[in-house]
Design a protein around this ligand. Sequence first.
Ligand code: AMP
Length: 209
Amino acid sequence: MKMVFLGPPGAGKGTLAALASGRMGLPHISTGDLFRAAIKDGSELGKKVKGILDEGSLVPDALTIALVEERLSQNDAQRGWILDGFPRTTGQAEALAGISDPEWVINFDVEDSVILKRLTGRRICSGCGKIYHIESMPPSVEGVCDACGAGLYTRPDDSQESIRTRLSAYRSQTAPLVEWYGGKGKLLTIDGTGAPERVYERFMEAIKA
Ligand code: AMP
């Protein structure tokens, strides 16, 4: 199955994609994670995109599409995938349709007040990338990952200023994709509030129906 997870930053796309990927045996492909890995490696791509990610703007389409095209050509992506955070513009959606069209686009619907609370309390494991929240999903030991024992950090783009830029990029460039995919009959909108397990149940109900 080929699926796109669509929604504003903080909608829970990454958390749900990680859950669904493990349970459905599909690779979880997050463009944000691919960019952060490139930055960590200090690669040419990483150097180009670091400032863009930190301020919360979108990386240019050409760079992003080339990255996804390469990732989707790998062996593990031939039977299906979950794309998390791509496409984010109509140009990217058109390019994806030319590479490999998704069967379903899951749109996570979450109110702004919930988004802000999620993003400001979000912590990420520096070792395995597991996502925590200081209130709703804290680790057993503060600042330490339950899964691998590495330290947790706050994403630089989870600052108040970057969050504002990311939400405005979402509204102007990504939100139009809801209608775009809706018009193609591929869109499933689900309520993204509540615990990840509850959202996962809604997601399963939606794709089964
Ligand atoms: P995410 O982890 O999905 O929140 O993405 C983090 C950041 O990576 C975004 O704020 C953008 O700077 C960049 N990014 C991720 N995916 C895309 C995309 N599809 N198009 C452009 N920029 C992206």
